[in-house]
Design a protein around this ligand. Sequence first.
Ligand SMILES: NC(=O)c1ccc[n+]([C@@H]2O[C@H](COP(=O)([O-])OP(=O)(O)OC[C@H]3O[C@@H](n4cnc5c(N)ncnc54)[C@H](O)[C@@H]3O)[C@@H](O)[C@H]2O)c1
Ligand SMILES: [Zn+2]
Length: 366
Amino acid sequence: MGPDAIEDRPSGITISVGRQRYRVLVAEGLLKQLGPRMGQHFSSRTCAIVTDSNVAPLFAGRARQSLISASLKPTLITIPPGEKSKTLKQAGAICEQMNAAGLDRQSFVIGLGGGVIGDISGFVAAIYHRGIHHVQIPTTLLAMVDSSIGGKNGVNTDHGKNLLGTIHHPILVMDDINVLKTLPGREFNQGFAEVIKHAIIADARMFDVLQTWKASETHVLQSLVRRNVELKFKIVGKDERDQTGERALLNFGHTVGHAIERAGDYRKFLHGEALSLGIVAACAISTKRAGLPARQRDTIVSLLQRFELPTCLPKNFPRNKIISAVKFDKKFERGKIRFVVTPGIGSAHLSHEVTMRDIREAVKQL
Ligand SMILES: NC(=O)c1ccc[n+]([C@@H]2O[C@H](COP(=O)([O-])OP(=O)(O)OC[C@H]3O[C@@H](n4cnc5c(N)ncnc54)[C@H](O)[C@@H]3O)[C@@H](O)[C@H]2O)c1
Ligand SMILES: [Zn+2]
């Protein structure tokens, strides 16, 4: 089931998925409204706030107080930050803490944090007592514009990332723009790689806005977040379960991007940074295979640089590892790969014409 309708009002965006309707609120200062809003949504008093130890000292106190003031009974569950926490073991430990705190079938889980917290709290919500309600409060730009949307959750295994998970849509998403103020610069900028990706594949006007946006313009940032939520929903809505190829357009830049992340042992580059490099490679391939004008390719590279995102690899980076990772990741059919290309800023399609040689050349140029 994909979202059947999106309704955009000043107070938020309403998404309909099958029989479920839920809202994505985008505004400044939403965190302090948490208690009253949860009071409106739920009859149950008990809930868990799942967060990480970077985010907890910044926002968990405020979230907890707001819930307590609205007569709710929150249990705060804090896990170590970062990807290493996205495990089945950690999900089990969270469930046990919820059991110990007396959460039941009517209780709900609030994920307060970046994509790691969104993914693991969503997974816990999906399996606890066979599924309870989930509320997302994303605190990174990447989580607001990408991971909190679409209902996918999950944990990693020794064999790879996100290999266990479900699709379990949240009942409410609250994007409080103010929480982004404490985000380290590198984390903030990596979120823009996904925003730029959305602009390239679906919104030329947003691409123009990004070229002149200044960090002080909070109201523009707010409308950018809203626009990205809408864009991702529109694409996911056409293909919730990755079946028609529509959702695959969101993978623009990711074939090479993921390979770069892997080749750097997930330490050298953040996801958005690797994506930035993957976008540059995808543009080179698009120039060759989809007629992307060279001037537009250069404009895209300049926009990535405007957000301090990398557009070339360090000289000594093991490029051969990138190629092995691409081969490992993707299935080739008679030497060709399903690859997302852009013929011009604002549109994208799948190409079956891209060869391993094209990818090798593009990586060499990085
Ligand atoms: N479910 C999906 O559809 C989907 C899509 C894209 C990515 N993801 C997942 O998202 C995860 C990455 O998300 P992320 O980049 O948000 O990483 P993250 O959750 O690790 O957050 C990045 C860092 O920022 C810190 N942080 C978060 N908010 C902060 C704030 N407001 N101020 C200061 N520090 C803050 C965190 O503690 C962490 O150290 C990956 O696990 C990825 O697989 C999921
Ligand atoms: Zn991504």
